[in-house]
Ligand binder design. Structure first.
Ligand SMILES: Cc1cc2nc3c(=O)[nH]c(=O)nc-3n(C[C@H](O)[C@H](O)[C@H](O)COP(=O)(O)OP(=O)(O)OC[C@H]3O[C@@H](n4cnc5c(N)ncnc54)[C@H](O)[C@@H]3O)c2cc1C
Length: 474
């Protein structure tokens, strides 16, 4: 019997779990995937938005600004790479200039600090690769960039270190009440809980319905991206947005916290809630969109493409409410959900308390994660010590990202450790480089086989069934 059961281990579910884990509670997170961050959280722009985009008075606006304010401190606490690089919304004609002014006013109303509109010369001195027919831009110095899946993993890991139980491969199919208790039916049996939180992303409409909550429609919207080699990693320093359209914030050009450049996303409605394929039409669309604003976007440097699915709904705002006594919806969390997640967590906890959840602060809450440093990030002294203690740090496995066997073993043995090739990739970046795992994947599999004591044939790329090998040839 759990005090609180959270459905979904995306950034929102993990942020809520971590926030609740500061208290003496028995908490579980049930997740249908095999790892933390299997939904929208694994494939998005990774922008910590300043908060000028969401309409005044919405939950999106309020939680975005608060979330942005919280991010840097939280990333420091959890040792997650974060960069406060700022963002520019660029205008190339009069109509776009008017839009920049609208965004500026909205941002001020939303409470975004230090916003300003800057002119051509200042823009080009900040970002020389922006097209020189630019007229003006909205400059938001509080915006930042983060690695979204690393952030979710960090929140999840830290929640786990503080006693939260994570149950993977566990899909919720029905919820009903037995007296005051929630009975949560899954493919792994029935779980009992006093309180339930719906953080199920793209399926949050279905869970809301199971909780007799608000009925809304999901409009799954794919966004495609291209990631570029670090060779052109200094093309822009800030995140460069076009002016938004009714389809969204538009195709951006941004650095990543790890020194790549990426472009995207577009916005394509699709029936399928899970299909994250990329298509040539989409790639051409984002390429055209990025090249309109920034010089030097050269497809020869693309190292991979990927897509994410937005949990967009017909409501137009986050749905954070009480579907029935004892439950809370954190549903339809589309952009800026990554930015807002820490603030959503605060709000969800407060809604749980309104319904009777009693919080008793833990005497010892472990706010920092332990042993997160990769070999490449260590100074000479630390490297020497690490090598003496563990010679596996002496074997480079991923040549592009300089990831050692010691780092990979650490990723597997950590709380909520990696159990798949992509799990290792998301935690320590083996396979994220320009060869995209061409060199290191067999070696990562060899380490997974040894550490998890499973046959190499049964190692998945990502989720269940995504086998890489079909059998032995010799
Ligand atoms: C293309 C794109 C770009 C974006 N860019 C940004 C950005 O730059 N900045 C920003 O702030 N936000 C951005 N977002 C939004 C952000 O990614 C999401 O708001 C955020 O990831 C939502 O997190 P979540 O935890 O609600 O959902 P998810 O990450 O989808 O997690 C939900 C989890 O619930 C699980 N689940 C679903 N159904 C069940 C079930 N029945 N039982 C058990 N588990 C279940 C899923 O497997 C999943 O792991 C973007 C989104 C997309 C798609």
């Amino acid at each position: 019997m759990y005090d609180v059961l959270i459905i979904g281990a995306g950034i929102v579910g993990c942020a809520i779990a971590r926030e609740l884990s500061k208290n003496e509670l028995n908490i579980a997170v049930v997740e249908k995937g095999y790892d933390v961050s299997c939904g929208s959280t694994k494939a998005n722009s990774g922008i910590v938005h300043a908060g000028y985009d969401a309409h005044e008075g919405t939950l999106k606006a309020k939680l975005n600004v608060r979330g942005c304010e919280m991010y840097e401190g939280l990333c420091k606490e959890l040792d997650v790479p974060y960069k406060n690089n700022g963002s520019l919304v660029v205008a190339f004609n009069e109509e776009e200039q008017k839009e920049v002014e609208v965004l500026y006013k909205r941002g001020i109303t939303n409470g975004v600090p230090n916003l300003k509109i800057i002119e051509k010369n200042e823009i080009l001195s900040m970002e020389p690769n922006i097209k020189d027919n630019v007229i003006c831009a909205l400059y938001a110095p509080t915006a930042g960039i983060v690695s979204p899946f690393e952030m979710a993993i960090a929140l999840g890991e830290n929640a786990c270190e503080n006693g939260v139980e994570f149950i993977f491969n566990c899909e919720v199919s029905n919820i009903y009440k037995d007296k005051d208790k929630f009975m949560v039916e899954t493919n792994r049996g029935i779980f009992e809980a006093n309180y339930v939180v719906n953080a199920a992303g793209i399926n949050s409409d279905k869970i809301s319905k199971m909780l007799s909550g608000r009925i809304f429609s999901m409009i799954p919207t794919r966004g495609e991206y291209c990631l570029f080699d670090k060779i052109i990693g200094d093309l822009v320093e800030k995140t460069i947005f076009p002016t938004p359209t009714e389809k969204g914030k538009g195709i951006l050009v941004s650095p990543t916290v790890h020194g790549n450049i990426f472009i995207g996303p577009n916005a394509i409605y699709q029936e399928d809630r899970e299909d994250t394929s990329t298509y040539i039409e989409g790639i051409n669309e984002i390429l055209y969109g990025a090249q309109k604003n920034v010089n030097g976007i050269d497809m020869r440097y693309v190292i991979t493409s990927f897509a994410g699915i937005r949990s967009k709904t017909n409501v137009g705002d986050f749905i954070i409410d009480i579907p029935q006594r004892g439950a809370v919806n954190a549903a339809g969390i589309e952009s800026p959900g990554l930015t807002s997640a820490p603030a959503i967590a605060e709000m969800v906890v407060s809604l749980l308390c309104d319904q009777g959840l009693v919080l008793r602060k833990k005497k010892y809450f472990k706010a920092n994660r332990s042993n997160t440093k990769k070999f490449i990030e260590m100074n000479d002294e630390e490297k020497k010590k690490a090598l003496e203690q563990n010679p596996l740090y002496g074997r480079i496995i991923c040549r592009c990202e300089h990831i050692t066997e010691g780092d990979i073993v650490n990723a597997i043995r950590r709380p909520l450790g990696a159990i798949s090739v992509d799990g290792v990739k998301k935690r320590v970046r083996a396979g994220m480089g320009r060869c995209q795992g061409g060199f290191c994947m067999p070696r990562v599999m060899e380490i997974l086989e040894r550490e998890l004591n499973i046959d190499r044939k049964n190692i998945n790329k990502d989720g269940p069934g995504s086998y890489i090998l079909t059998g032995r040839t010799k």
